[in-house]
Write a protein that binds this ligand. Structure first.
Ligand code: MN
Length: 298
């Protein structure tokens, strides 16, 4: 039997992508902190396999988008598993090159990870679009300059993004509790102009209010760290942060990004399969990936 991709979409080589097709890239990891264990590089394969069970639902009614579920799946191409070398700098460059090629040709894309470090080379690849607004959903600020001697790890994401001239703005949603960020990191983020919507602030806010202020002409990229979700709905993360938005709130935000905006791509990162409880997170991740495919593929 021929191998298939997410939701049984076509699985084909990156080189064979045609214009306007929506590409899925699976990236197990990129830049590991040397003192940390691997906890999510198996995620893309597990998610792909699970999503294939839902291919039976293609044609069902999707109540999130009020449309037929994955009606345009023929336009989606799974480009397989990103090949990693033993050198994270090489891997970053290769991923950035691939994403640059996509953005230059105006292909929309979804990156399935992998840990949050995957976001850095992905955002770097958005360069050809020149004006990008990032929407980050995360329990953490990720503005640390260097951690454990590394500048491209999962806690350095938004700091590195802020240094990219094509990143014009960012909205950071869901921050709470105490991460590893210091007050200087927070001050730098504010000074740079990041719009920070903490868990406390977002209570009672609609997605529309949260995203107000994103310039109408800007391209929007969503970087979703799944630990941004409430761990009672999404326990399968390395660092469980009590509180935070549930799946429904994330759905609302994704739908809102897709409205009247140039939504070019997204990444879904930090699913740590071994930490899951009764497939709660697996199911939630599948719903969010399906929604992103629906919204990006319009
Ligand atoms: Mn995080």
């Amino acid at each position: 039997m021929k191998k298939k991709g997410y939701f049984n979409c076509k699985l084909d080589k990156f080189e064979n992508l045609k214009s306007k097709q929506l590409a899925i890239l699976s990236v197990p990891t990129i830049t590991h902190y040397k003192n940390k264990k691997d906890y999510c590089s198996s995620a893309p394969k597990i998610l792909r396999k699970e999503s294939q069970k839902f291919s039976k639902r293609i044609g069902s009614w999707d109540f999130d988008t009020n449309s037929i579920f994955l009606k345009k799946i023929s336009n989606v191409v799974d480009t397989g598993n990103f090949r990693l070398s033993k050198n994270s700098k090489n891997d970053r460059n290769n991923l950035t090159k691939s994403i640059k090629e996509l953005t230059r040709k105006r292909n929309k894309f979804l990156v399935v990870g992998g840990d949050d470090s995957v976001a850095i080379p992905a955002i770097a690849g958005l360069k050809p679009l020149s004006k990008i607004h990032l929407v980050q959903i995360d329990a953490h600020l990720d503005w640390i300059n260097k951690l454990y001697g590394e500048k491209f790890g999962r806690s350095n994401v938004m700091r590195r993004a802020s240094e990219m001239p094509w990143v014009n703005g960012m909205t950071q949603i869901g921050l709470r509790g105490m991460g590893t960020s210091k007050s200087k990191d927070f001050k730098d983020a504010k000074k740079w102009g990041s719009k920070i919507i903490t868990d406390q602030k977002m209570m009672g806010m609609s997605a529309k209010e949260m995203l107000r202020g994103i310039p109408k002409n800007a391209y929007v990229y969503l970087t979703l760290d799944l630990d941004g979700l409430n761990p009672k709905e999404f326990p399968a993360v390395e660092t469980r942060s009590p509180g935070g938005p549930g799946v429904s709130k994330i759905v609302e935000i994704i739908i809102e990004i897709g409205k009247n905006r140039k939504f070019v791509g997204a990444n879904v990162l930090e699913f740590a399969p071994k930490k899951d409880i009764k497939n709660l997170s697996l199911n939630a991740a599948i719903r969010l990936i399906a929604l992103l495919l629906q919204v990006l593929n319009r």
